[in-house]
Design a protein around this ligand. Structure first.
Ligand SMILES: Nc1ncnc2c1ncn2[C@@H]1O[C@H](COP(=O)(O)OP(=O)(O)O)[C@@H](O)[C@H]1O
Ligand SMILES: Nc1ccn([C@@H]2O[C@H](COP(=O)(O)OP(=O)(O)O)[C@@H](O)[C@H]2O)c(=O)n1
Length: 229
């Protein structure tokens, strides 16, 4: 990684392919990858375990203050540690998925998460994905991407993923859950899911994973070339 390393912000709705391509792009560039959704998911897992009502913003904020969340990168996979427990799979459960947007909408929860995320992105050479990265977390990111795809295609992708993992899956239900989460994420008052003015929009509906990664890498390489790196 040269001294010219940049920040790449990847935002978009649920199951648009953010984390899959962010990992590939980070790997290709030798940058670190930060999955901000995993941080909200880890907190949500703890909230659910402690049976804290989802509207109790103070209790949830206090809980977050006492929660250590680490994103650990080993060669090909990323592990999420919550208070030293490996919660990588637990945070992908349907229960967490269907509750995370209620936890993530609280202003003071987001403030603390954004502080932690900015700390992680302090050094350039980072690819970060989420909902508010280009608009709030790293507004000066040199490359901002907004990934989208039709909700039908996104539901189909999650369906395939579940089937491959051997989970029960219902395409129509997945579609409704994705729509519901996008609605809450887009309508919240603080840092909603919205495309940054200076983000490049990529509709991935008819693109392969490699096509999307290649398109992002092309933008990054153009920026790096202009910077002389
Ligand atoms: N361009 C694409 N074409 C086909 N499948 C894709 C594409 N991008 C991602 N996927 C698949 O769709 C699913 C959701 O992608 P993921 O990266 O988890 O999305 P997000 O991080 O935006 O929620 C994964 O199973 C992934 O392999
Ligand atoms: N920067 C972020 C990232 C995630 N989130 C919240 O966390 C949830 C899970 O994010 P995720 O990226 O893991 O979601 P998927 O699209 O991968 O299912 C989102 O639906 C948002 O409610 C957020 O509010 N801000």
């Amino acid at each position: 990684m040269g001294t010219n390393a940049i920040a790449v912000a990847i935002d978009g709705p649920a199951a648009a392919g953010k984390s899959t391509v962010a990992k590939i792009v980070a790997n290709e560039l030798g940058y670190i990858y930060i999955d901000t959704g995993a941080m909200y998911r880890a907190l949500t897992l703890k909230v659910l375990r402690k049976q804290i009502p989802l509207n109790e913003d103070k209790a949830i904020t206090n809980l977050l203050a006492n929660t250590d969340i680490q994103l650990k990168q080993s060669d090909s996979s990323q592990h999420v540690l919550m208070d030293e427990e490996d919660v990588t799979s637990a945070i992908r459960s349907e229960h967490v998925t269907n509750n995370v947007s209620y936890v993530a909408k609280h202003a003071i929860v987001r403030e603390e998460m954004v502080n932690r995320q900015r700390e992680l992105a302090r050094k350039r050479g980072v690819v970060m994905d989420g909902r508010d990265i280009g608009t709030h977390v790293i507004p000066d990111a040199e490359v901002k991407i907004f990934l989208k795809a039709t909700v039908e295609e996104r539901a189909r992708r999650r369906y395939e993923e579940n089937v491959q993992k051997g989970f029960a899956a219902d395409l129509e239900k997945l579609k409704e859950e994705i729509e519901q989460r996008d609605r809450i994420d887009s309508k919240r008052e603080v840092a909603p899911l919205v495309q940054a003015n200076d983000a490049i929009e990529l509709d991935t509906t008819d693109l392969s994973i490699n096509d999307v990664a290649a398109a992002i890498l092309e933008k990054v390489n153009k920026v790096l070339k202009n910077r002389g790196g």
